[in-house]
Design a protein. Structure first.
Length: 277
């Protein structure tokens, strides 16, 4: 199996010799936040989180992507939170990029390492701390859980990518694969966060155009994304933010697999009115 890696930002600032232009894009249908803009002066600090900071990559916005928030959290040694989630309606996924963390969930303690994946349903107490001597980084994806009649709330779980099989997409010969952390037909879940892997030279061979919103954090490799008739080159550490129905396809370049963490909203009826957020 090809070696996995998980890119993470470290902050800092560019030198005064750097040029001021860059690769950031924000359009009606999509946005690209490249890894080189995740610097010290754009971080956020959250209440009840100590020795921690966040690069906020997505938040609900009227007329754009409306269902989720996504951040990268950096937690320094002895930092973390015993009350991280301010909204009891929120479910979330944690995905560890770097370092070692201790999670308390359902009165159990878990050690999280790179590739660890945690699903936490709404109204669930949890805590997370860095008891190591090095910084740790993780992706935090949050969404208000969409309750469905006669459907139970999903249970929390902790997994790691290394323990799961990556499934080849039909008729691709293993070039395009997806690692799924929940059964796509499990109606309890109203969001999926998967890992997509495309081998060098592989392609998503059509312009996907669908109702699901996407948050795409590139873990490894590089590629070219076709987004609403634009061709955009992306690499590890970049974030692509797509509103519903943005046409999209991609081509994997470079010498290693192009891998990304993919959020999408799923398994619910469409609302018949637009609500301001």
């Amino acid at each position: 199996m090809a070696k996995r890696s998980y890119f993470y930002p470290t902050g800092g600032l560019p030198s005064q010799e750097s040029i001021a232009s860059g690769r950031s894009i924000f359009k009606t249908a999509y946005a690209v936040i490249p890894q080189e803009v995740m610097k010290d002066i754009v971080v956020s600090y959250f209440p009840n989180w100590t020795l921690s900071r966040a690069w906020v990559l997505a938040r609900p916005m009227t007329g754009f992507s409306e269902t989720f928030s996504q951040s990268i959290i950096e937690i320094l040694p002895k930092g973390g939170s015993k009350n991280p989630e301010p909204d009891a309606r929120a479910e979330c996924v944690l995905f560890v990029l770097d370092g070692k963390l201790e999670l308390t969930l359902t009165d159990k303690k878990y050690i999280l390492t790179p590739g660890s994946y945690v699903f936490i349903p709404p109204d669930q107490n949890w805590a997370i701390f860095n008891y190591s001597n090095k910084p740790a980084r993780l992706v935090w994806i949050r969404k208000i859980y969409n309750v469905a009649e006669d459907i139970e709330k999903p249970e929390p779980f902790v997994k790691n990518e290394k323990d799961l099989e990556s499934i080849s997409m039909p008729d691709t010969g293993g070039v395009w694969c997806t690692t799924r952390f929940v059964d796509p037909l499990d109606m309890r879940h109203d969001m999926h966060v998967n890992i997509v892997s495309i081998k060098p030279g592989g392609v998503i061979p059509f312009m996907e155009t669908h109702v699901m919103e996407h948050g795409i954090y590139i873990l490894q490799g590089k590629g070219i994304y076709n987004l609403n008739a634009d061709s955009v080159e992306v690499e590890a550490g970049d974030f692509i933010w797509l509103r519903a129905f943005c046409p999209q396809s991609c081509y994997a370049g470079g010498s290693e697999s192009f891998r990304y963490l993919l959020y999408k909203d799923v398994n619910r009826h469409m609302p018949l009115e637009v609500k301001a957020i």
